[in-house]
Design a protein around this ligand. Structure first.
Ligand code: NAD
Length: 479
């Protein structure tokens, strides 16, 4: 029986391994992590991450051919294929701070693999890593001089993950493509690629499994995220022009997307992109371009982040300016805190910047999100954001723990958040926000009652009929 071990039981490692276990009942899959609470969560009825359909998949496989464990060394040692899906955040200090990927976790995982291995292994880069990381990993593994592991051979593959949070299970079950990069110029490299291809071939059609050299696979992941983020920044940049001219961004995006060369997906204007990947991966791309002496290419991609920051700042400014140039002492209901719907993930969510902007102007903020717990909100808002070295339109605002406690409340539902509020800001496109009883909310709010829709989920005409003053990203403004 082939044995797979995945190091890192996070948003990627957990769902990816659950789907592999589901589709390959003859393969034993173990997901290991150094975090005890995370593993305890995976072994409980309340999984540590929220993803539609994930509970079901885990329930079917756990105890059969899927397990979760903190016994990292034992399971890595036993495995034939070791996926590494640890976090690769942006470095916060030292060389490349604010841009380069922090590969500390990756390096320690590689050293650990080298220390505990007594049999040949295929090591799979599942984390998003800078192009050429496999070269460093090969060095770490080949220079290992540990007595037990003497003579062990490793093949490194790059198999970046393209799932999107919120649709992770569906994406894994039916991926647009699976990308496998390897040393395709050597027989051992080809055999390793074939072994991983065999795993995915159980459910992914052959024409969707792409094989490339290592560097193409590593760079494809960074490029894909940069292109996706660029699309959002492009439509967001157009949204500002729409508001200035009376055009409607939804109509413009629809018309633009009808061009088969452009396509309709990923063209929704919003308060900005978030999540743990887009900004981090573009910053990393910028850093790599600078390291390779390509400053023009670096500045091209940096603009994508600059527009994203601009969009978040523009939203906050719009709220404050509309409310007679101050939100001091006013209650603002924030609906949605996760960076997108169908996830509880708040990493780099635009809601953090928007809330900090409002708190900085002394608003009282009441937050409701169906999947984000109050402690998480408090942690996110108390955190001092790293001061990136690219131009920012949002001044970094330092919110202390005391300010958070005084100015931030977490509500049990949208109505509680909006009660006696002066304004409602919609920051995540949760489906439930489309069907709220806005008349009920309006009746419980101070007048004039404002709605600032950062995701274009509400029916602007209906809300104006109720009496709201409505601002919706990229839509013609209220008279
Ligand atoms: P995560 O933070 O949710 O999970 C990473 C896990 O690795 C953590 O639980 C951590 O405890 C564990 N870990 C770190 N070092 C370890 C070690 N030495 N041994 C055992 N466990 C260790 O991160 P994530 O969101 O799952 O992302 C993982 C990687 O996948 C990142 O490189 C990310 O860029 C990439 N990625 C993420 C997404 C996404 O949507 N989240 C999508 C595609 C790719």
């Amino acid at each position: 029986m082939v044995k797979i071990c995945c190091i890192g039981a996070g948003y990627v490692g957990g769902p990816t391994m659950a789907v592999i276990a589901l589709k390959c009942p003859d393969i034993e899959v173990v997901v290991v992590d150094i975090s005890e609470p995370r593993i305890a969560g995976w072994n409980s009825d309340r999984l540590p991450i929220y993803e539609p359909g994930l509970d079901d998949v885990v329930r079917q496989c756990r105890g059969r051919n899927l397990s979760f464990s903190t016994e990292v060394h034992r399971h890595v040692s036993d495995a034939d294929i070791v996926f590494v899906s640890v976090n690769t955040p942006t470095k916060t200090c030292g060389l490349g701070a604010g841009k380069a990927a922090d590969l500390t976790y990756w390096e320690s995982a590689a050293r650990m693999i080298a220390d505990v291995s007594v049999s040949d292994k295929i090591v799979v880069e599942k984390s998003t890593v800078p192009v050429k990381t496999a070269e460093a990993i090969e060095k770490i593994l080949s220079h290992n001089t540990h007595r037990r592991s003497h003579g062990v051979r490793y093949q490194i593959l790059s198999n970046p993950e393209f799932l999107a949070e919120g649709t992770a299970v569906a994406d894994l079950l039916s991926p647009d493509r699976v990308l496998i990069g390897g040393r395709t110029d050597t027989p051992a490299g080809l055999a390793a690629v074939a072994a991983l291809r065999d795993v995915y071939a159980r459910w992914v059609p052959p024409d969707r499994i792409l094989t490339t050299n290592l560097w193409s696979a590593e760079l494809s992941k960074l490029a894909a995220n940069a292109f996706l983020a660029q699309r959002i920044s492009s439509v967001n940049a157009i949204s500002a022009l729409c508001e200035a001219t009376g055009a409607d961004v939804a109509e413009v995006a629809h018309s633009v997307g009808k061009d088969a060369r452009i396509g309709p997906r990923f063209l929704s204007a919003s308060v900005g992109f978030g999540g743990s990947c887009f900004q981090k991966d573009i910053l990393n791309l910028v850093y790599i371009c600078e390291c390779y002496g390509l400053p023009e290419v670096a500045s091209y991609w940096r603009e994508v982040i600059r527009i994203n920051d601009y969009q978040k700042g523009r939203f906050v400014n719009r709220v404050v300016a509309s409310m007679f140039n101050t939100v001091a002492g006013k209650k603002v209901a924030v609906l949605g805190f996760a960076f997108k719907k169908d996830t509880g993930d708040t990493r780099e969510t635009p809601a953090i910047d928007v809330c900090k902007g409002l708190l900085g102007d002394k608003a009282a903020v009441s937050i409701y999100d169906p999947q984000v717990a109050g402690e998480q909100v408090a942690r996110d808002l108390a955190m001092n954001k790293f001061d990136w070295d690219h131009p920012r339109h949002l001044q970094p605002i330092i919110i202390t723990g005391t300010d958070v406690a005084r100015q931030v409340a977490v509500a049990a539902d949208a109505y509680e958040a909006a009660a006696e509020a002066h304004a409602v800001c919609i920051l995540t496109e949760w489906d439930e926000f489309r069907g709220l009883d806005y008349k009920r909310m309006f009746d419980a709010m101070h007048k004039p009652a404002f709605i600032f829709d950062g995701r274009n989920v509400v029916d602007v005409a209906k809300l104006r009929e109720i009496g709201f003053v409505v601002y919706s990203i990229g839509k013609p403004l209220d008279e």
